[in-house]
Design a binder for this molecule. Sequence first.
Ligand SMILES: Nc1ncnc2c1ncn2[C@@H]1O[C@H](COP(=O)(O)OP(=O)(O)OP(=O)(O)O)[C@@H](O)[C@H]1O
Length: 357
Amino acid sequence: MAVTEAQIRDALAQLALPDGGDLIGRDMVRALSVDGGQVRFVIEAPSPEIAQQMEPLRKAAESTVAALEGVESVSVALTAHGPASPQKPAPSLKVGGHPKPQQGPMKPAGVDRILAIASGKGGVGKSTVSSNLAVALARQGRRVGLLDADIYGPSQPRMMGVNKRPASPDGKTIIPLHAHGVTIMSIGFMLDPDQAVVWRGPMLMGALQQMLGQVEWGELDVLIVDLPPGTGDVQLTLCQKSELSGAIVVSTPQDVALLDARKAINMFEMLKTPVLGLIENMSTYICPECGHEAHLFGHGGVAAEAEKMGVPLLGALPIDLDTRLAGDSGTPIAAGDGPAAEAYARIAAGLVKGGMA
Ligand SMILES: Nc1ncnc2c1ncn2[C@@H]1O[C@H](COP(=O)(O)OP(=O)(O)OP(=O)(O)O)[C@@H](O)[C@H]1O
């Protein structure tokens, strides 16, 4: 049975703080989100100094929630009021921070279109689709950028095989990285992978603003944005501020994922962002030994849903071990040949033909 927010809060209320009270009683838990079995929240300390001493408590909170029935994964991050005190020599760039007053929209000048890749639920393959679609479009001669805005789990450095800090010659502009014909910027390039980072709403917006406004994207036909899962601050900011040309929602055929996909589509509709279509990921499994086709997550659900919601089904991608291995090794499957690369090439061609990329 799915875990509820109330159960999580009850469990966290059992965690005593060294100086009295508990996490819930002292109102230190923020942004609690329960997404199927995936739980995320933030512990907000009263000051950066106290936050630094709270790592054992963060770990305890993580294990307490992980022990609850119905919880598959837990991600707990620490944050604090006010700016963190500097611990390292000043970096040339800092992502995050409060957004600066905006003169205009966040759409970079040379970028023709911004396409968001979204999912209602984590783990359905949104990042995999983003990187492969970017590579497939680049192979078709489009000038493509990929912005990894998945603040909670940036995966593009791994999937695109690039992970170094981008240069910033003047401390203001950020020079993006390049791989597989795609211009890339990820929030992951700017973060210490071992440090738990938490973004409060305004900081998220500041980081997004920087990644759109300070990165030298150059002239692009399309900028693909890999969104965090769900319907939170990043999605809202991006839709409201960056003149998104459209959103593509990735879902698996499973009912629960579809339910969340529906929420994502509703959100985009409310924000007046055109939903360009749905992509069904992990749609079938073809046995490499005997060629038998199995429908592990059900079948036809995404097509039916797309029809019901009046949005096109842009493509269906099978469960494919090579897709995962390619993503893990830093060369997306779409960069090579074979059925999966062809499937991505077809989706990319459809987008180009429709003037969407
Ligand atoms: N079609 C596929 N076949 C096999 N494995 C896949 C497929 N699509 C994605 N995966 C694998 O599933 C895992 C989750 O994919 P991915 O990180 O792209 O999902 P996500 O929706 O972006 O997740 P999150 O929102 O949590 O970042 C990865 O290990 C990825 O390699």
